[in-house]
Ligand binder design. Sequence first.
Ligand SMILES: [Zn+2]
Length: 71
Amino acid sequence: MPFYDLKCDKCNEEFNIMAKMSDREQKLIKCPKCGSVDLSAVFKSVSIIQSHKQEGPQCPNFGACGGCCGH
Ligand SMILES: [Zn+2]
């Protein structure tokens, strides 16, 4: 099951919850603070993805990766 970073639209409580995708689609996830189902997803992974873009370590399969790593 995926983890969701969610934020309550009503009380602005941010929380992390593990739930099925169908639970989120059917609004079965509730705010632990006020019980509201009006939740917004919080995406915190953007900065992590960007930090990985810098000149990283060389592909361990250099020459045999088929260009999947950009080399
Ligand atoms: Zn709330």
